[in-house]
Each structure stands twice: as C-alpha cells, then as structure tokens.
Ligand binder design. Structure first.
Ligand code: ZN
Length: 315
C-alpha cells in the first residue's frame, strides 16, 4: 500500500488482501488524495466488530469531501476487522482475537495478529496524524468522547478542536492498541468512544463526522479554521476497559448509576440478580470517580465489563 503511487485530486477505493492460516482477509481502504501535497490523516474504524459509529462516519466523510480543495491525503480503513464485523462481535470468530490487544501484530501469527501487522505496516506507517474511531459496542454504554495521552501537546491541541462533549486524558496507554503502535512510530494520535449499544445515535455520528473534518482543517488538509463547541466535561484517568469491574457469574444486571455520574468509594453501582430476582452480587465503586462505562444489556456472562470508574473530574 503506497498512497503516493495513486493520482492526486481523486478518490481511490483500494484493498489490503492477504491470507492467514487458510483464511482470506480483505480490508477495505479508502484513499482521498488532495489536489495539493500536505499531511496525511489516517482514520480507522471497526477495530472491534460491533462498533458502528466510526464506520458510518467514514462512509459519510469520504463521500462528501472534495479532493480539489484538499492539500494532503485522507487514508481510511472503515472496517479493520471484517471477520468480527460480519459476526457482530468485539473479537474475531476466527481466533477469538481482540484486534486492539495484538498490535503491532505478526504477519505469520493468527488472523487477528496478521490484520494488526498489515494495518501497522501498510496504513499507520503513512500517517502524520492518526485517529481510531471506537464506541461502546453492542452491549455497553460509554460517553461520547475524545481520548488522548497526557503530555502529547500535538494530540491535546487536536483533542481540543475535535468538538466531543467529553475530553479524556490518559496518563498510561497499555500495549497492543492501534494507538500504542502509532505512538511507537512517533505518530500523534487520538481515539474516540461513543454510546454504542448496537445503534448509531445521530448526535454521536455528527460528533465523529464534524470532528474528523475539524481535524482535517487543523492539519491544513482542508481549508478553514476549526470552530468546535467547548467540551462539557474533562476527565483525567485510566480508560482501560480491561480494568472494568466484572464478575465470575452469569446473571441479570440492574444498574443504580447513570453514565458520567460522580460516585464515591464504596457507593453501590448495581446488583447482579438470579432468575428469581434475588441478589447474587452487589458491585460498589472501588474509588471516588466518574462512571465511564455501564454494561447496558442486562444479560451478564462471566468476565463481562460491568462498570468502569475513572479518575477525577477536572472541571
Ligand atoms: Zn473498541
């Protein structure tokens, strides 16, 4: 994949095709080459197969932009994990792999590891700036937000113009993520989350679509100055969904808090019920903080993320 080999002032529908352990995998790649040279923004979605807001935002942005006014390139992969996407699942049905845990991947590894390797080498490698569009998936709720790594001034400036209602700064980024691969390449990055729950809320779609267009302006790929609304909330703390409160049981979850509620250590977050309605387990906040994830589907299986409490409310 070499974007510069394709003609300027045009849209190119490309693909990354490879075979892994007998599975043929084809990643859709949309390249918009501006009429003039400039920076390259890489946008990905569908890293988790049950997150749809970013997929649709990429469809809308790439169908509406005019390459004649662009200086630089927009390189998009709208569905990064097709096996999981067609299976309506976060992880791949081929190998149970979570694509956001295996970067920078391995071309000879499992299908999910091979996808990571191809995206890192053939897509991320071309980025001057990278944004990965996630959401809460079919079973969870998360705030509509833009996330960045504390201390990266380039990413913080871009997060501030994106226009998401919640801006979330993280001190640490665990390994294996798309964004950790970008960081290893020295590429500034952002990621998004949104309400999810198996549908595309029109407000979330607008935030993603307008935010990416503002990012294109911020990078001087599109003309004009970005004019975002001020965020309603700034969070600072861990955003690792793997660190969510979970359970070893099956059951029916009844939450007692809402998304973005401020909670105190020991406060009841919800209860897990058996099929007579009896309480099997009560979940409490492990710390003071803000509710950043709720498992919105009442049906709970062992290991599901139930609640995530993040750090401080800066304002
Ligand atoms: Zn995700």
């Amino acid at each position: 994949m070499n974007p510069s080999a394709h003609a300027r002032n045009a849209r190119h529908n490309l693909s990354l095709s490879f075979s892994s352990h007998g599975h043929d995998i084809e990643l859709p790649v949309i390249l918009l080459r501006g009429a003039s040279p400039g920076q390259t923004l890489v946008v990905t979605a569908g890293v988790h197969g049950d997150e749809y807001e970013g997929v649709r935002a990429i469809f809308e942005i790439t169908s509406q932009l005019d390459t004649a006014v662009m200086s630089g390139d927009l390189l998009c992969v709208p569905v990064c994990n097709p096996p999981a996407f067609w299976n309506v699942s976060r992880s791949s049905p081929l190998d149970n792999g979570n694509l956001a845990r295996v970067f920078p991947g391995n071309s000879e590894g499992s299908p999910t590891e091979a996808i990571a390797w191809y995206i890192d080498r053939h897509i991320l490698a071309h980025a001057d700036f990278y944004i990965d569009l996630h959401s809460a998936g079919v079973r969870c709720l998360m705030p509509t937000m833009i996330g960045y790594e504390s201390g990266d001034a380039r990413a913080e400036a871009a997060a501030n113009i994106f226009g998401a209602p919640v801006i979330w700064a993280h001190d640490t980024i665990p390994p294996g993520r798309t964004v950790s691969a970008a960081r290893a390449r020295g590429i500034p990055w952002l990621y998004t989350e949104a309400r999810g729950a198996g549908r595309i809320h029109p407000d979330d779609l607008a935030v993603y679509r307008n935010g990416v267009c503002r990012l294109l302006q911020h990078l001087d790929i599109l003309p004009g100055s970005p004019t975002p609304a001020a965020p309603t909330l700034r969070l600072h703390g861990d955003g690792n969904v793997d660190a969510s409160i979970t359970t070893s049981r099956k059951g029916f979850l009844i939450p007692e808090v809402d998304l973005l509620d401020t909670v105190t250590k020991g406060q009841t977050l919800g209860t897990l019920r058996g099929l007579y309605g009896e309480i099997l387990e009560t979940f409490t906040a492990p710390r003071d903080g803000v509710v950043a994830l709720i498992h919105v589907c009442p049906l709970i299986n062992s290991g599901d993320p139930l609640f995530l409490i993040t750090g401080i409310r800066d304002q």
